[in-house]
Write a protein that binds this ligand. Structure first.
Ligand code: FE
Length: 278
């Protein structure tokens, strides 16, 4: 069993997407591709001007988008007819497959909005599959609690708590961890997986080796390995995300991620011809 150490610490870049929503982008600053993860955005602000424009109707093909609302509410609507309101703590896990057109708009006109959107690549054999959703209601999310930590399980398993995403090709792990000061979080990961931690708040130490101090809104890419040890230098909150690499060539074109340039051109053509939604 090898200990997992820090590979690289990335300070997210300020970016904006949709209709001017301000966000911090860590994975996805091209050509960075941390297989199978294509993008990670932290969005949110206390100021409505930073998010009120939302994400008006736009298409996706060939990826999965996982939206995790920590605080605030979003109204979503898409071309499969699905419609709903995401509230604080909810997760929407969307497999766009061959294509979906959706909008994600804030259902609030004041207050704090805070959340994450992760893009996971889909392998060639699933890129043109039928769109599919998993919705995880905050109240139904399985959670482990003890004196030292609270672990919410969006995907994977921690102790008795398990996420609803099963039989997934990248065998994803997605945990939200609150760790008390001077306590340790230990987790076993498959050594096949690429993994990272997104530190939302606090200060932590990872593995046995020395590494640069990490605090607040930092992405920490991890080396492959099996034993992860995180020490809380202060009370902290972080996400642990991991998945098995797909290992295929990718071609990116905005909201479409395929294997070849030709397939990107096809997606753009389908969208303009109105034949995008199968
Ligand atoms: Fe989207």
């Amino acid at each position: 069993m090898s200990d997992i150490e820090v590979k690289k610490i990335i300070k997210p870049m300020l970016a904006s997407d949709g209709a001017g929503v301000k966000l911090k982008r860590s994975i996805g600053v091209e050509p960075n591709y941390f297989d199978p993860f294509l993008m990670l955005d932290e969005f949110g602000s206390d100021s409505k001007d930073d998010y009120i424009g939302g994400f008006p109707a736009h298409p996706h093909r060939g990826i999965e988008t996982v939206t995790y609302m920590l605080q605030g509410e979003f109204e979503h609507e898409d071309s499969t007819g699905a419609k709903g309101r995401m509230k604080s703590g909810d997760v929407q896990w969307m497999k766009t497959g061959s294509g979906i057109i959706h909008s994600e708009m804030p259902a609030m006109s004041e207050g704090t909005l805070h959340g994450f959107q992760l893009w996971i690549n889909m392998p060639a054999n699933l890129k043109m599959s039928k769109p599919n959703y998993i919705y995880i209601d905050a109240e139904q999310m399985q959670t482990h609690k003890d004196e030292e930590k609270i672990v919410k399980v969006i995907a994977g398993k921690f102790e008795q708590a398990e996420g609803p995403v099963k039989k997934h090709n990248v065998e994803p792990v997605y945990l939200d961890i609150e760790l008390k000061k001077n306590k340790e979080f230990n987790f076993e990961l498959p050594s096949t997986h690429n993994s990272f931690i997104y530190l939302i708040k606090g200060e932590i130490k990872i593995g046995k080796h020395h590494h640069q101090k990490v605090e607040n809104s930092k992405l920490i890419l991890l080396e492959k390995g099996s034993k992860l040890k995180v020490f809380g230098s202060t009370d902290s909150k972080f996400l642990l995300i991991a998945g098995k690499p797909i290992g295929e060539q990718i071609a990116r074109g905005g909201p479409f991620v395929m294997n070849t340039k030709q397939e990107i051109l096809q997606a753009v053509e389908d969208y303009h011809k109105g034949t995008f939604v199968k």
